[in-house]
Write a protein that binds this ligand. Structure first.
Ligand code: HEC
Length: 175
């Protein structure tokens, strides 16, 4: 066969593959089940969820340290919300994530509600150990969270003096 003909066959095979792959992953066309599968396949996995989780976890520290306790509480609430996304998209890790929340984030929330910096610092350190223990347990020992020198959302005013006005439970009920 001539070189040109072989090339053409190659291109056609690639087009066929792309068309096939496109059919399998189309959120607009196909059966409801295929479209739901396509939608599920593009939901954020733990890698994406953890970036936001880590950022909010970092910023809640700086908020508490600066005395902006309402912002600390808000960041914690948002962290738990994105964690819940991870529990849905990666159900295999859901139990570990909710155990982590109960063991480490609930006590942290209590320290925020009572604006107790000493308790907060201890609970925060314990939570960091918990984060990294889970990374090691799930096969990512090289992902080690460490507190940076600066907050992630440096444009927020972490030194605004505020108090958490509502408990986290009340916040959740209001959504
Ligand atoms: C279920 C156990 C578990 C817990 C608890 C957990 N993580 Fe993770 N984390 C993971 C897994 C698994 C990954 C790897 C992501 C993947 O699957 O692609 C990860 C990845 C990360 C990453 C890397 C994200 C990236 O791609 O750049 C960061 C940052 C992170 N976690 C922060 C945290 C912080 C901070 C905490 C605690 C507040 C925490 N994690 C708690 C399981 C956990």
């Amino acid at each position: 066969m001539k070189k040109g003909a072989l090339g053409l066959i190659g291109v056609l095979a690639m087009v066929a593959l792309v068309v096939f792959a496109g059919k399998a992953r189309d959120i607009y066309e196909g059966s409801l089940e295929a479209r739901v599968d396509a939608l599920a396949s593009i939901q954020p996995g733990l890698g994406t969820v953890m970036i936001e989780y880590g950022n909010r976890f970092t910023d809640l520290y700086f908020a508490a340290r600066g005395g902006n306790w309402a912002l600390a509480q808000y960041q914690l609430k948002e962290a738990i919300e994105i964690q819940e996304v991870g529990e849905v998209t990666r159900p295999g890790k859901a139990a570990m994530l909710s155990t982590f929340e109960r063991t480490y984030l609930d006590p942290l929330e209590e320290a925020i509600e009572t604006q107790d910096w000493d308790a907060f610092e201890t609970r925060f350190e314990e939570a960091v150990a918990g984060c990294n223990a889970c990374h090691a347990a799930t096969g990512y020992p090289y992902i080690e969270y460490t507190l940076p020198e600066q907050p992630v959302e440096a444009y927020l005013n972490f030194n605004l003096k505020t108090s958490p006005t509502r408990t986290l439970e009340e916040e959740e009920e209001n959504e």
